[in-house]
Design a protein around this ligand. Structure first.
Ligand SMILES: Cc1cc2nc3c(=O)[nH]c(=O)nc-3n(C[C@H](O)[C@H](O)[C@H](O)COP(=O)(O)OP(=O)(O)OC[C@H]3O[C@@H](n4cnc5c(N)ncnc54)[C@H](O)[C@@H]3O)c2cc1C
Ligand code: FES
Length: 505
């Protein structure tokens, strides 16, 4: 996703006068590289201007606590080192030398990369990660970033290496992102980083007493620390005809590829379920000019998570793009191209996507005897009830310092950040996981960002105009803001995240 545009702002290598840099940030360039000057306290920093995740414009972000946060999906970069300190960005940015001469500020060259970190000397020798998704990958990557030199084995029953799963229902499915963008890292990364990634490798069980993982092929693997990051699987519809080849669920790269292959010859599609994934898939299929019918039991899409006004907006947005909703209804049976609705009507479709939610993959944890509570119970260090076994991502229920509840969420950024925190804790760094939950969803050109966690609320305060795509919704209980959803109010969303963090501190 390289920036093809002309470099921005003043040429920083020629210097800028203090009168040109009066605010907190100034976007300029050095050669053809966009560079951002940032004032933080008494210091001035210069850093690459675009986020290493999806190239978000950091000039539109927020500076806080020695870092700069990306407006799009809330990654954070250390202004001194360029390190991506908060997912979803994983790769660092370059930081540049700032020199003041004759009253002008010059940026001419990059700083050297920071010295490699060293893991604690008593870090365990063998770490096994079950899961090659968001949490598993982020953990392995963080272990190496933190200088861990022991063995890392990552086991995944997927055929594909870790992928950017959110893309599978968005640009990749819509045909606007090539497949090269989907893997989180190139194939070379794993051997080069000495991460023993074993694909198509199912884990059958865990022997927590013997500290061993038992593989589906009968082999066993010892560990000193174990991370369970088995994620979730799509709920299958228990209706006649759901097992036909043109009926798909969407979790893996293989699933997304199968939908794309089917979409090439499809004229009409049914999406069952008005979930985030279902509606993102609907938008992507519309981008492929396929007629899309969404069938879902609720009266308003996403009302349970975003409330009635945002639900109405999401519906209207999809209708503007030609999606036809059949709400308050379900599909009772699929017979070839004919789907029969519970209400009695029928729909024709040569492609069906079922997006009716996911179920966390808990079987390994249950069989290992770990404490369960509608997920795998973990403490604030993401350690399970068995010492040395950690859990992260969609399966983990953790004590959320912000809401005061034990919560389990299914968000990409949370899974990655938990993987990173678990990695540090597996090598003895004792890092409390206290990130405020964040997710985003994209429908056509409309991104919805959400920070915090609100299962119930007694008031939604709307600031701005939802239909005008310029709004912040605050979900409150007894006057306290539990969560904030926003459209094109990125700074407000970042500030809400910071306020929630400070409220916990
Ligand atoms: C299409 C799609 C789009 C999404 N979009 C967004 C979004 O826009 N924003 C957002 O916040 N969230 C999004 N999500 C949710 C997000 O992707 C998940 O919350 C996140 O992937 C969870 O990470 P995880 O590591 O817990 O699980 P996963 O990423 O699912 O990884 C689990 C891994 O465990 C492996 N595994 C499971 N059991 C075993 C076993 N027994 N043996 C070996 N391997 C095993 C699996 O093969 C997989 O590699 C999306 C999800 C999907 C499917
Ligand atoms: S583009 Fe910066 S966090 Fe996604």
């Amino acid at each position: 996703m390289a920036d093809q545009q002309a470099p921005s702002g003043p040429d920083l290598s020629k210097g800028v006068a203090p009168s040109e840099f009066t605010g907190q940030m100034l976007l300029g360039h050095v050669g053809d590289q966009d560079v951002l000057l940032v004032r933080a306290g008494a210091d001035i920093f210069a850093i690459d201007a675009h986020c290493s995740h999806y190239h978000g414009p950091l000039a539109d972000g927020v500076v806080a606590d020695g870092g700069i946060r990306c407006p799009w999906h809330h990654a954070c970069f250390d202004l001194r080192t360029g390190e991506a300190t908060r997912a979803p960005a994983l790769s660092p940015l370059s930081v540049w030398k700032v020199e003041q001469e004759g009253g002008r500020i010059f940026v001419r060259q990059k700083k050297d990369e920071p010295a490699a970190k060293k893991a604690p000397a008593d870090a365990p020798r063998r770490i096994v990660i079950v899961g090659g998704g968001a949490a598993g990958f982020a953990a392995a990557e963080m272990l190496r970033r933190d200088g861990y030199g022991g063995e890392i084995t990552m086991l995944s029953d997927d055929q594909a290496p870790p992928v950017d799963r959110p893309n599978l229902s968005k640009d990749y499915l819509a045909g606007s992102a090539p497949e090269e963008w989907v893997p989180l890292r190139s194939d070379d990364y794993y051997p080069e980083s000495k991460i023993d990634l074993r694909l198509s490798t199912g884990v059958a069980s865990i022997d927590a007493k013997a500290n061993q993982v038992l593989l589906a092929d009968g082999k066993s693997l010892p560990y000193d620390r174990l991370l369970l990051a088995t994620g979730a699987e799509p709920v299958k519809l228990p209706i006649p005809g759901a097992d036909q080849p043109h009926v798909h669920t969407l979790r893996s790269l293989a699933d997304s590829r199968a939908i794309i292959a089917n979409a090439k010859n499809a004229k009409r599609a049914i999406v069952i379920g008005a979930s985030f994934i279902g509606l993102e898939a609907a938008a992507s299929l519309r981008a492929r000019d396929i007629e899309v019918h969404v069938v879902a039991p609720e009266q308003r899409p996403m009302e349970r998570i975003l409330g009635p006004d945002m639900g109405d907006f999401v519906r209207a947005l999809h209708e503007e793009h030609g999606v036809i909703f059949h709400l308050g209804d379900t599909v009772a049976a699929i017979d070839g191209r004919k789907a029969t609705l519970k209400s009695g009507g029928t729909l024709e479709a040569d492609l069906v996507v079922v997006g009716v939610g996911v179920r966390p993959r808990l079987i390994l944890a249950e069989q290992a005897g770990l404490k369960m509570d509608r997920g795998v119970s973990v403490n604030q260090y993401l350690e399970t009830s068995v010492s040395g076994i950690f859990a992260a991502g969609d399966i983990a229920r953790w004590p959320d310092a912000h809401s005061g509840d034990s919560i389990r969420v299914e968000h990409w950024v949370v899974a990655e950040r938990q993987g990173q925190a678990a990695a540090r804790n597996m090598i003895g760094l004792r890092e409390v996981f206290d990130a405020v939950p964040f997710f985003w969803s994209q429908h056509y050109d409309v991104p919805i960002n959400y920070v915090g966690h609100a299962e119930k609320w007694d008031e939604i305060a709307i600031d701005g105009d939802i239909r005008g795509r310029d709004c912040v919704l605050r979900y409150k209980a007894k006057g306290r803001v539990l969560a904030v959803a926003s459209i094109y109010r990125d700074v407000d969303s970042l500030k809400a995240e910071l306020a929630m963090e400070k409220a916990m501190a």
